[in-house]
Design a protein around this ligand. Structure first.
Ligand code: UDX
Ligand code: UDX
Ligand code: ADP
Length: 480
């Protein structure tokens, strides 16, 4: 029986390994992590991450051929294939600070693999890492190998949160990069055999190591660029009276452009886009390509601009002051169907509103009060660390209250900001909400989920991203 061990039981490692276990009953899969509470949760009825369909998959194979453990060294030693899916935050200090990936956790995982291995192993990069990381890891492994043969593969994961199980069951493609030597090709085939249990072989792309590593950064950069492009258009739409949804629909019909990933929003978030673009920018700069670096940097700048623009719109519509005003925040996760808040635009928007002394009442169906308080009060560099290295409970911000219902959040509020596109926000009883709010009552829809016309009929003043402004907002222009 082939044995797989995955180091890192997070958003990528957990669901990916659960699906491998489900689809490959002849393979034993153990997911290990040094953070014990996370492993305890994976072994319980309350999994540490919210992901539609994940519970079912885990229940079907946990205890059969899927295991979660803190005994990292034992399971790495026993495995034929070791996936590494540990944190790779952006460096906060030293050379490349703010851009380069911090490979501390990767390196310590690699050294541990070298230490405990007694048999040949295939080591698979699963977390997104800078191009040429495989080479560095290979060096660590071979210089500490005691005669053991390590083959490094890059097998980037393309799942999106919220649809992870669907994406894993039915991936657009699986990408495997490896050395062009006979041993490298053998390792590629071994991993290909795993995926071939359920993925059609023509969808499994095999490349050299560098192409696989760069493809992951490139895919995320292209996706993020589409959002910044449509968000840049949204600003122009507001200025000209065009409607960004109509523009997206019209351009998306061009098969060369395509209709997906063209929804204007308050900005993109998530653990990958910004981090991977910063990484790409750093690699370009290191390779003497400043023009290419600045091209990609602009994608992040437009994303920051979009969040600032949103906050400015809120403040300017409310007579340029929100000091002491109650604002309901509906949605805090970086997208719907996940409880993940890494890089969520809600953090920047809430901090902007708090900077203008607003009182926030926040509701998200999947994010805990503790997480929201951590996100708003902790430094980003602290949040990026693995959970066992994060500070204990931070001091709660008094201007922020977290509630467990959208109606409760909006009660007595001057305005509502919708920051995540949760389906339930489309079908709220907005008449009831309006009746309980201060007047004039505002809705700032950062995800274009509500029917603005219906809300206007009720009496709301509505701002939707990239849509023609109603007369109130035209009279109160936002200054950037
Ligand atoms: C992304 C990539 O899609 C995935 O392939 C990669 O493996 C990891 O990074 P993820 O961050 O989980 O996945 O979610 P994604 O659906 O890509 O959304 C990212 C952000 O973009 C979210 O904040 C989302 O709300 C925003 N978004 C997405 C938009 O604002 N508009 C869109 O049209 C699409
Ligand atoms: C373009 C638009 O495609 C068309 O819809 C619009 O009506 C007019 O502008 P055109 O300029 O005639 O059409 O040709 P197009 O095929 O788009 O190519 C434009 C340029 O891009 C060419 O120089 C072409 O060589 C180049 N190109 C195109 C690339 O370098 N790489 C590609 O992948 C595609
Ligand atoms: P991703 O979104 O890429 O899956 P996460 O941050 O969700 O990333 O998960 C990474 C996991 O890796 C965390 O649970 C962290 O505790 C774990 N981890 C980090 N370093 C190590 C290590 N050296 N050994 C085992 N687990 C590790």
């Amino acid at each position: 029986m082939v044995k797989i061990c995955c180091i890192g039981a997070g958003y990528v490692g957990g669901p990916t390994m659960a699906v491998i276990a489900l689809k490959c009953p002849d393979i034993e899969v153990v997911v290990v992590d040094i953070f014990e509470p996370r492993i305890i949760a994976w072994n319980s009825d309350h999994l540490p991450i919210y992901e539609p369909g994940l519970d079912d998959v885990v229940k079907q194979c946990r205890g059969k051929n899927l295991f979660f453990s803190t005994d990292v060294e034992k399971h790495v030693a026993e495995a034929d294939i070791v996936f590494v899916s540990v944190n790779t935050p952006t460096k906060t200090q030293g050379l490349g600070a703010g851009k380069a990936a911090d490979l501390t956790y990767w390196e310590s995982a690699a050294r541990m693999i070298a230490d405990v291995s007694k048999t040949d192993k295939i080591v698979v990069e699963k977390s997104t890492v800078p191009v040429k990381t495989a080479e560095a890891i290979e060096k660590i492994l071979t210089h500490n190998s005691k005669g053991i043969n390590f083959q490094i593969l890059s097998n980037p994961e393309f799942l999106a949160e919220g649809t992870a199980i669907k994406d894993l069951f039915n991936p657009d493609r699986v990408l495997i990069g490896g050395r062009e030597t006979p041993e490298g090709q053998k390792a590629i085939h071994a991993l290909k055999d795993v995926y071939a249990h359920w993925v059609p072989v023509e969808q499994i792309i095999c490349t050299n190591l560098w192409s696989a590593e760069l493809s992951k950064l490139a895919a995320n950069a292209f996706l993020a660029q589409r959002i910044s492009s449509v968000n840049a258009m949204s600003a122009l739409c507001e200025a000209t009276g065009a409607d960004v949804s109509q523009v997206s629909h019209a351009i998306g019909k061009d098969t060369r452009i395509g209709s997906k990933f063209l929804n204007a929003s308050v900005g993109f978030g998530g653990s990958c886009f910004q981090k991977d673009i910063l990484n790409l920018v750093y690699i370009c700069e290191c390779n003497g390509l400043p023009e290419v670096a600045s091209y990609w940097k602009q994608v992040i700048q437009v994303n920051e601009y979009q969040k600032t623009r949103f906050v400015n719109r809120v403040v300017s519509s409310m007579f340029n002051t929100i000091s002491g005003k109650k604002i309901a925040i509906l949605g805090f996760a970086f997208k719907k169907d996940t409880g993940d808040t890494r890089e969520t635009p809600a953090i920047g928007v809430c901090q902007g509103l708090l900077g203008d002394k607003a009182m926030l009442r926040i509701y998200d169906p999947q994010v805990s009060q503790e997480q929201i308080q951590r996100d708003l009060s902790m430094q980003k560099s602290e949040l990026d660390r693995p959970p066992h290295l994060q500070p204990a409970s931070p001091t709660a911000i008094k201007q922020v209250a977290c509630v467990w219902d959208a109606y409760e959040a909006a009660k007595g509020a001057h305005g509502i900001c919708i920051l995540t596109e949760w389906d339930e926000f489309k079908t709220l009883d907005y008449q009831k909400i309006y009746d309980d709010m201060q007047k004039p009552a505002f809705v700032f829809d950062g995800r274009n989920v509500v029917d603005a016309e219906k809300l206007r009929e009720i009496g709301f003043i509505v701002y939707s991203i990239g849509k023609p402004l109603d007369s109130w907002l035209k009279d109160m222009p936002a200054v950037a």
